[in-house]
Design a protein around this ligand. Structure first.
Ligand SMILES: *[C@@H]1O[C@H](CO)[C@@H](O)[C@H](O)[C@H]1NC(C)=O
Ligand SMILES: *[C@@H]1O[C@H](CO)[C@@H](O)[C@H](O)[C@H]1NC(C)=O
Ligand SMILES: *[C@@H]1O[C@H](CO)[C@@H](O)[C@H](O)[C@H]1NC(C)=O
Ligand SMILES: *[C@@H]1O[C@H](CO)[C@@H](O)[C@H](O)[C@H]1NC(C)=O
Ligand SMILES: *[C@@H]1O[C@H](CO)[C@@H](O)[C@H](O)[C@H]1NC(C)=O
Length: 786
């Protein structure tokens, strides 16, 4: 006979509230029909019971009691939900804990090894255990994790985490976290047709990745204070490490990333305190065969021209060609379609170095299995491929796909995958993030972004942290200082304050499309630039909302905004005063004033600033008016981009199509401004391309145009065409002819060539072909210092 615990529960006074048991004795059960009767840990931080996974489908799970939505830590039957009617979890007389469905069949059971079982308990660690009368553990859920490990729960030889299939789904997906045969902890995509390892970095050796294969203990665990250690020498600390009072979990997410989350007890929300891969597209399998992952402006997949989605709602299934390639086709019927700045990882055979592009093409043509190749110009690496998988943007490699000549130029279908974790707003992530410098990423989860002003304050605090950790470790001592500065700096000024600071708007620094800029001195002696914005139609609150976003953006290549004023019809912004004026003055008002090193530094700095503005999943900002006038130089010629965020701040969740069509400046405008296409960050990439050419040549793009009266747009297109040809043919001496003659030949040839190469790619008519600013930074940095 089973003890009718539930009846007892009904007799209790508060029969409608949840009944919390601390132990489930032998022969008793929990019923799906009473989901509010649950097992809790002694400190109540974990609960176990029936959890609804579908309309009438339930799983038996352990969850965090204090998380806003029940966050599951463990599930008994993740792939086999039970019915909402008559299903039970019972501790049977033979000591086995069994989950039975409506018809009484056992869907899941614990493999309890001894029959001495007496009761089931949920421990404070979140471990669900079957114990004998003396408290000896006979079976524990810690030995059978699903997609989550809890602190003190080890990953060992026989244990692996398997991701969920999709967000909110409980069933098993394709990603695995486990020790491989060489004793190394890895993340693997184990899909229906292929499997590949993507972490640690598969392009580097185990040692380069800081791991070892020599310890066969195969044991790894996150301790209560947020430190992780494993036998293969993977070590990391969560960004909040040190406190053992925070509830944490390591979860292998449905998007293939491994993350540590920390729970805020007050709000019930989770913060990411560590993650294995800084960039979504490093994860394999996301976009299926032939699909290309881009992280810009947020993670999404696209198909190459001439390909279409296999299943529109499911990117993992990849893209299929709209053409047929057969081995009977002659060389004349084939051509190669170039996908610049793209790579497909793996599945290559017979790679060679020192191969010219033509040789590589011929090798691929002569082999029917070859579907195309990846080509790295730098060392002439040629990688013929039989399959295209794991596609993503890459700064060093181009893809050449074999296609029939008849293939009409198809347009790239672009559909967005949601960002890896929609509901989480990262507020700082450093491109230089590595496994070891764990503190350099601080992600904070905000439920209602910018809804309350104190949230802005919190952002600054967190930003302060990020800023400090990004710098050298020695700088950490400054943390407290910076925190104070950053949290205290962004402020609201009164119109009177600013009138006084600028001595009634006396000294004009410049005039731009958005308003006039005046020099001012604040009460504390700080010199600032005060911009009077014209034509701001927004109401005070809306304006406040937007500028506080600008105000929280901090990057060394962006002009810092210190505060704002919004009074009746006045709208002013107070920002950093940059001593050396704007780039156009140095570049065009006197030849050769800027030395080559300075020009290159400016190119890199501006790219970094824009990359930061565009960064994946950051509340991204399109500048819309990148030009030398908006690039200011400090005393050491470090560039700082001004006026960002004025055009329009794109709110997360909003679509990119409704950006107001604020016009940039002729000559710097991407072609899509003229068409009806939505404006994306790629307009900035285009304008940046123009600026690069101007940096190299020291002349306005308009001045570079050889013949007279042509449309500016046509002129840029023509210039680009000429340069593309020169880059490709490698004609002798052309770069010397292009570089600013004022430099008198004192320039770095490699850097100049690279700048032109990048510019040519940035100026692609078709915006999808333009590289992301992050790729631009990498391309430029690769030629830094000889
Ligand atoms: C809980 O989940 C629902 C539905 O997925 C979501 O709308 C809500 O924002 C979540 N709440 C919290 C606090 O995470
Ligand atoms: C192997 O790893 C275990 C667990 O991390 C550790 O205790 C042990 O000292 C390691 N052995 C060697 C030889 O490093
Ligand atoms: C490709 O081949 C299949 C079967 O041979 C045929 O049905 C299809 O129409 C062909 N597609 C094209 C684009 O030629
Ligand atoms: C690899 O490429 C070289 C050079 O083209 C060729 O001689 C060789 O046969 C190729 N090997 C295979 C296995 O295809
Ligand atoms: C894609 O190309 C087709 C013709 O090939 C054209 O009709 C369609 O408008 C294009 N779509 C976009 C979004 O450019």
């Amino acid at each position: 006979m089973l003890l009718p615990l539930l009846l007892l529960a009904c007799l209790a006074p508060s029969s409608f509230s949840s009944v919390q048991l601390t132990s489930l004795p032998k022969l008793s059960y929990l019923s799906v029909e009473e989901p509010s009767t649950i097992l809790v840990s002694p400190d109540k931080s974990f609960s176990a019971g029936f959890y609804r996974v579908g309309t009438n489908a339930f799983s038996f799970s352990v969850w965090f009691s204090n998380s806003g939505n029940k966050t599951i830590a463990w599930t008994a039957n993740r792939d086999f939900p039970v019915n909402g009617y008559r299903s039970k979890l019972t501790l049977r007389s033979d000591g086995v804990m069994a989950l039975t469905d409506a018809d009484g069949t056992a869907i899941w059971s614990s493999a309890t090894t001894s029959s001495g079982a007496d009761h089931v308990r949920l421990l404070d660690t979140g471990n669900l255990v079957v114990e004998d009368p003396n408290g000896r553990i006979l079976w524990q859920s810690f030995d059978f994790p699903t997609d989550t490990l809890l602190p003190s729960q080890p990953i060992t030889k026989n244990i692996k985490l398997i991701s969920a299939m999709a967000r909110g789904s409980s069933s098993s997906g394709y990603y695995e976290f486990h020790f491989d045969d060489s004793n190394v902890l890895r993340l693997t995509y184990n899909g229906p047709t292929v499997s590949s390892v993507y972490w640690p970095d598969p392009d580097r050796t185990v040692w380069k990745n800081g791991r070892t294969i020599y310890n066969s203990t195969r044991h790894g665990v996150l301790d209560e204070t947020g430190l992780f250690f494993s036998s293969d020498r993977l070590r990391f600390a969560t960004s909040d490490s040190g406190s053992s009072r925070i509830k944490r979990r390591i979860t292998l997410e449905y998007d293939g990333n491994l993350r540590v989350y920390s729970l805020d007890d007050q709000t019930g929300l989770w913060t990411i305190s560590w993650q294995a891969l800084p960039e979504t597209c490093q994860i394999h399998g996301l976009c299926g065969q032939n699909g290309i992952c881009s992280s810009y402006p947020k993670a999404h997949c696209s198909c190459p021209p001439g390909f279409e989605l296999m299943e529109p709602s499911n990117w993992v299934s990849g893209c299929q060609p709209r053409f047929n390639l057969t081995c009977q086709m002659k060389d004349e019927e084939l051509e190669f379609m170039r996908l610049p700045f793209t790579d497909f990882w793996g599945f290559d055979y017979n790679a060679t170095g020192g191969t010219s592009l033509n040789e590589c093409k011929n090798r691929c043509l002569s082999d029917c299995n070859c579907q195309g190749f990846s080509y790295k110009q730098r060392r002439g690496f040629c990688y013929p491929k039989s399959v295209f998988f794991n596609g993503r943007a890459s700064p060093y490699s181009d893809i050449y796909m074999k296609v029939p000549k008849s293939l009409a130029k198809a347009n790239i279908s672009e559909q967005n995958l949601v960002c890896p974790v929609d509901e989480i707003i990262p507020i700082g992530s450093s491109p230089g993030f590595t496994e070891k410098s764990t503190s350099s990423v601080v992600w904070v989860f905000f439920y209602s972004f910018l809804a309350v002003i104190f949230v802005v304050e919190v952002l600054f605090i967190a930003f302060g942290w990020w800023f400090v950790y990004r710098k050298d470790k020695d700088d950490r001592i400054l943390m407290a200082e910076v925190y104070k500065v950053i949290s205290g700096q962004f402020r609201r000024f009164s119109y009177k304050d600013l009138e006084k600071a600028t001595r009634r708007f006396k000294e004009e620094l410049g005039r731009g499309g958005s308003g006039v800029v005046y020099k001012g001195v604040l009460e504390n002696g700080m010199v600032v630039a005060v911009k009077k914005l014209e034509e701001v139609k927004q109401g005070g609150e809306e304006f406040w909302g937007e500028v506080s976003v600008i105000g929280r953006i901090y990057h060394m290549n962006l002009v810092r905004t210190w505060g704002f004023c919004s009074e009746s019809s006045h709208r002013l912004l107070v920002s950093e005063f940059i001593s050396n004026g704007s780039l156009d003055k140095h570049l065009f008002d006197g030849h050769g004033w800027l030395k080559w090193e300075e020009r290159f530094k400016i190119a890199v700095g501006v790219a970094k600033g824009l990359a930061y503005l565009h960064h994946e999943c950051l509340e991204w900002v399109i500048h819309c008016d990148v030009k030398p006038e908006n690039i200011l130089l400090d005393s050491s010629f470090e560039p700082k981009i001004a006026d960002f965020g004025l055009a329009k701040l794109l709110r997360r969740g909003g679509n990119g199509t409704n950006i107001s069509r604020i016009r940039g400046t002729r000559g710097y405008l991407a072609p899509e401004w003229a068409s009806n296409l939505p404006i994306t960050g790629k307009v900035d990439v285009y304008s940046y391309g123009v600026v690069l050419l101007e940096l190299v040549s020291g002349r306005r793009i308009s001045g570079m145009v050889m013949e007279g009266e042509v449309e500016m747009e046509t002129a840029v297109r023509r210039t680009r065409g000429v340069l593309r040809e020169k880059v490709e043919t490698g004609e002798k001496g052309w770069i010397e002819g292009l570089v600013d003659s004022g430099l008198k030949g004192e320039f770095d040839r490699r850097q100049a060539m690279r700048m032109v190469e990048v510019a040519v790619d940035c100026l692609e008519e078709e915006r999808n072909k333009r590289p992301a600013m992050e790729a631009v930074v990498e391309m430029l940095l690769s030629v830094l210092g000889g």
